[in-house]
Design a protein around this ligand. Structure first.
Ligand code: FAD
Ligand code: MLT
Ligand code: ZN
Length: 480
């Protein structure tokens, strides 16, 4: 039985701007970015301060009303979509969008949860600093959502995931108490690390209201290069060869099969192929040459020339961006792959990691195995090879007319099959997108009992009523 919702009590706290009840205004926030999940909610609570969040959570706890924290709603795993029975309310952090402080001496920014990633990028850049985490959804994804999914993106190779970039956190716990942990302490051994527990918790343990984030100096000299390659093995060898020649200057290293690049060129207006003829595999590399001063580009060119002449890595083709606009064009191809995949018709999408050195083999052997096991399908991948994380996609046979029917009959079998291959390779079924609702059952099926038991114990201890983002992350008893 669902609890009656105390609308008046919420309205008293939030005022007319802070509570949305018009179904037309709520509708866009009830479906996930991929359009796989559709929820229901009678209201969106939209507090403007940490105190308002705390007051809302206290009311929700008192009345047993579940809350679904939501930022930009760009989750790839249905993490921010409310349950379909209408029992929960969405608690949106989008009005909490202040950068409270940007301290260049400390290289830190204190941001509220609803600050959009690209807004932080711009604010840091205006002060000669950078927040070194970026992804295709940067125009919508919020700091609270990025923290709660421990997001990765295209700079993890050098700067790590959100876990390494959050120096302090402020959050409202499930009883409405405020955890004040914004102080950026490098050393703090007061027992369990609540900050790290909340990072990647997908809104199941409380609501992140603000965070102290680490900034790094702006890049003064950079270069962007696109390489055509024969295999992901050559791509990884290229990364290692460049690291050996130039040192730790690689800021981003993304690898893409020909298919997703083709989808971008076909579906995203204003994009064009970076190489004269399509290569089976592509590597997009961003170099931070600031440390080399004036000689940066010359040193990069010399290293590339040497790679070409010694022939150790067969480069099929290469293009170096001649200016910032061209660099942006190259990155736009990479960053719009998810949008292009959506336009081309969604595949069955996997976000997986295996040990880095095993990834090139995995990319090829898993694709071959899938195609052999499910005749007519195609399988390919793209993503963050330097982190041992790719997005592996399986597409339905060409010419198929009943896609929903195919998904119904084959979807689960394909998901199990690929995840089993990942586990056999010592990998993870969620590298960076989280579990949400789409991988909850698979987490249960494939996890050691100790992991599920510990996850449940933490959830029960910190959210005894189960009001925080129910149905996400923690496998049900029937799924473990
Ligand atoms: P939402 O989608 O609103 O929420 C995500 C989860 O966090 C939900 O479980 C929600 O309940 C919870 N949550 C949100 N805000 C809070 C809060 N304040 N407190 C507690 N819980 C909260 N991810 C990567 O890691 N790397 C990528 O390269 C990447 N690229 C992407 C590209 C595209 C085009 C898209 C659409 C998504 C991509 N993602 C990527 C997915 C990524 O997880 C999200 O973009 C981002 O981390 C979520 O931010 P959000 O504000 O949209 O959160
Ligand atoms: C990406 O790397 O583009 C994102 O993680 C989204 C995805 O395509 O899965
Ligand atoms: Zn990714």
């Amino acid at each position: 039985m669902t609890a009656p919702i105390p609308f008046n009590a919420f309205a008293d706290i939030l005022g007319p701007k802070g509570m949305i009840t018009d179904p037309d205004d709520i509708a866009p926030w009830l479906t996930d970015w991929r359009g796989h999940y559709h929820g229901a909610a009678a209201a969106i609570l939209s507090p403007a301060s940490t105190q308002e969040v705390a007051a809302c959570v206290r009311i929700a706890a008192e009345h047993g009303v579940p809350l679904v924290p939501q930022g930009g709603n760009t989750s790839m795993v249905g993490g921010a979509t409310p349950p379909s029975d209408g029992s929960a309310l969405i608690l949106s952090l989008r009005r909490m969008n202040r950068i409270r402080k940007l301290d260049t001496a400390a290289n830190q920014a204190v941001c509220e949860a609803g600050v959009i990633l690209s807004t932080l990028h711009e604010a840091a850049e205006a002060q000669g600093r950078r927040f070194p985490l970026s992804l295709g959804a940067k125009g919508s994804a919020t700091i609270g959502g990025l923290i709660s999914t421990n997001a990765g993106g295209t700079q993890v190779l050098r700067h790590g995931t959100m876990r390494g970039l959050v120096d302090g956190i402020e959050a409202v716990l499930t009883d409405g108490s405020i955890y004040e942990g914004l102080a950026p302490l490098k050393k703090d051994n007061r027992g369990y690390d609540l900050k790290q527990l909340l990072i990647g918790a997908e809104g199941t343990l409380g609501i992140v209201t603000a965070a102290t984030l680490r900034l790094v100096p702006a890049i003064t000299r950079s270069a962007t290069a696109w390489f055509g390659l024969a295999s992901p093995h050559d791509a990884l060898a290229l990364l290692r060869a460049l690291e050996a020649r130039l040192g730790p200057v690689i800021e981003g290293f993304e690898v893409m099969a020909a298919e997703p690049v083709g989808f971008v060129i076909d579906h995203i207006p204003g994009t064009r192929a970076p190489l004269a003829s399509p290569a089976p595999w592509n590597a997009l590399i961003e170099f931070d040459l600031s440390g080399f001063g004036e000689t940066g580009h010359a040193q990069l060119e010399a290293a590339l020339e040497q790679l070409m002449t010694d022939g150790a890595i067969p480069l099929l083709d290469a293009a170096i961006a001649q200016n910032e606009a061209q660099s942006r064009d190259f990155w736009r191809i990479r960053e719009t792959i998810p949008e292009a995949e959506r336009a081309a018709g969604f595949p069955i999408a996997f976000d997986v990691s295996v040990p880095i050195n095993a990834m090139p083999d995995f990319m090829l052997s898993a694709a071959d195995a899938c195609i052999a096991r499910f005749p007519g399908t195609t399988a390919t991948s793209y993503g963050h090879l330097g982190d041992g994380n790719v997005h592996f996609h399986v597409r339905a046979p060409v010419g198929l007319t009943d896609y929903p029917g195919w998904l119904k009959t084959s979807g689960e079998e394909i998901r199990h099959y690929v995840h089993d291959l990942v586990v056999a390779a010592g990998g993870s079924i969620s590298a960076e997108h989280g579990i949400g609702q789409s991988k909850r059952a698979e987490l249960g099926r494939l996890s050691a009992p100790a992991r599920v038991k510990a996850l449940r114990a933490i959830k029960t201890a910190l959210d005894p009523q189960g009001i925080m983002n129910p149905g996400k992350l923690i496998p049900l008893a029937s799924e473990a």
